[in-house]
Design a binder for this molecule. Structure first.
Ligand code: FAD
Length: 327
């Protein structure tokens, strides 16, 4: 296995999305990671150097006025050209809304097979094997594409491997004129960031609260623990429906899927729909006063107790440890 292409998603404000490190890290398990990105003209600064620090051996950059105007077109074009230029037969894309669209279009365009929502990948006798977490995380399955090129979408936050920093070669791509049909973006408005906390999707630590918190005011306890741990804020749907927290914090089947290093569930029963969104977390800690709560079936560490008694002690202990470490 040689060069593995990774699509780097760039935010409308020009920052490399957090999935870049994961995709490059995942690619390094298979071969030499190559970063491919499409950007609007004259918006590049030190993107290539940043991608080198994440472990990209080569960076293919396409500047196109189509970026941000037509969904997916420039990215698909850039990946198709990079596949030809490098001879690479494996492309990794984030399993995001845009990523899934791009992956599907690229697979059709290049005649590749497509694997979606991988939570891990490995090389087995020159074949790429993808692992999937299915039925709410109750089972793991594997899939391969028999022969030909493979496009894989990777679940954000699922793969913790990281590549070693290198000094990358930079290649500028000229995109072909394309008449590909795609939705046109008329206007883009950023939702103002109202929190200094990490973004839920792709966060390495998540602290979530459920209906057990009992009120909007009490939910502040979840926020305090999240801030103490430097974690993103999550919630069950019941907590969202009760108005304790915004819907954007919902974890689960109809919310965000997360695979952090640490997931802390406070006052969450662990319904299958919630577990579907967090069960692939590396370490799960649950605090619930009901020892029979299903969340304990998936927890690595469980505390049977009242969140209002346990969590303040936990925050005190974390802060005390921080003070000792900083002393
Ligand atoms: P509950 O099930 O009411 O659990 C509250 C828990 O808090 C209990 O276990 C209780 O013992 C504990 N508790 C109470 N007080 C305390 C205390 N003081 N200290 C410690 N523990 C305490 N849910 C999601 O989360 N995400 C989804 O994406 C999602 N999608 C869904 C999609 C569909 C189609 C359907 C039908 C449902 C979906 N749900 C989803 C809802 C899901 O089925 C559950 O209803 C929901 O997850 C329950 O949330 P909860 O655990 O906070 O509340």
């Amino acid at each position: 296995m040689s060069k593995i292409l990774t699509l780097i998603e760039i935010s409308p404000t020009g920052e490399i999305r957090s999935t870049a490190a994961e995709l490059i890290g995942a690619a390094s398990k298979l071969g030499d990671p190559v970063a491919v990105l499409a950007v609007t003209p004259n918006t590049l600064n030190d993107v290539a150097a940043s991608l080198g620090r994440l472990g990209a051996h080569e960076v293919y950059i396409a500047e196109s006025a189509l970026v941000g105007r037509k969904i997916a077109v420039a990215e698909v074009e850039a990946l198709a050209i990079a596949m030809q230029a490098t001879g690479s037969e494996v492309v990794l894309v984030a399993n995001s809304v845009d990523g899934r669209d791009i992956a599907a279009r690229l697979a059709i365009r290049s005649g590749a097979g497509i694997i979606v929502d991988a939570v891990d990948i490995r090389l087995d006798s020159e074949r790429v094997v993808a692992t999937h977490s299915i039925f709410g995380g109750s089972y793991s399955t594997e899939s391969v594409i028999e022969g030909g090129a493979t496009v894989i979408t990777v679940r954000p936050g699922a793969i913790g491997d990281r590549a070693t920093a290198v000094d990358p070669a930079i290649v500028t791509l000229a995109l072909n004129e394309t008449t590909a049909l795609a939705a046109v973006i008329d206007e883009h408005n950023d939702t103002p960031v109202v929190s200094a906390r990490p973004e839920l999707r792709g966060a390495s630590r998540v602290v979530s609260g459920g209906r057990g918190l009992g009120s909007l005011q009490n939910f502040e306890l979840v926020e305090q623990l999240a801030d103490s741990l430097g974690a993103a804020l999550g919630a069950s749907r019941a907590a969202v429906d009760a108005g304790y927290v915004q819907q954007s914090a919902q974890v689960g089947q109809t919310g965000t899927t997360v695979s952090p290093q640490l997931y802390v569930a406070l006052g969450i029963s662990g319904a299958i729909q919630h577990r579907a969104g967090m069960q692939t977390a590396k370490t799960i800690v649950a605090i619930n006063k009901d020892s029979e709560a299903p969340i304990f079936d998936v927890a690595d560490f469980g505390i049977v107790g009242d969140v209002f008694k346990v969590v303040p002690q936990l925050i005190n202990a974390i802060e005390a440890r921080k003070s000792t470490e900083n002393a």
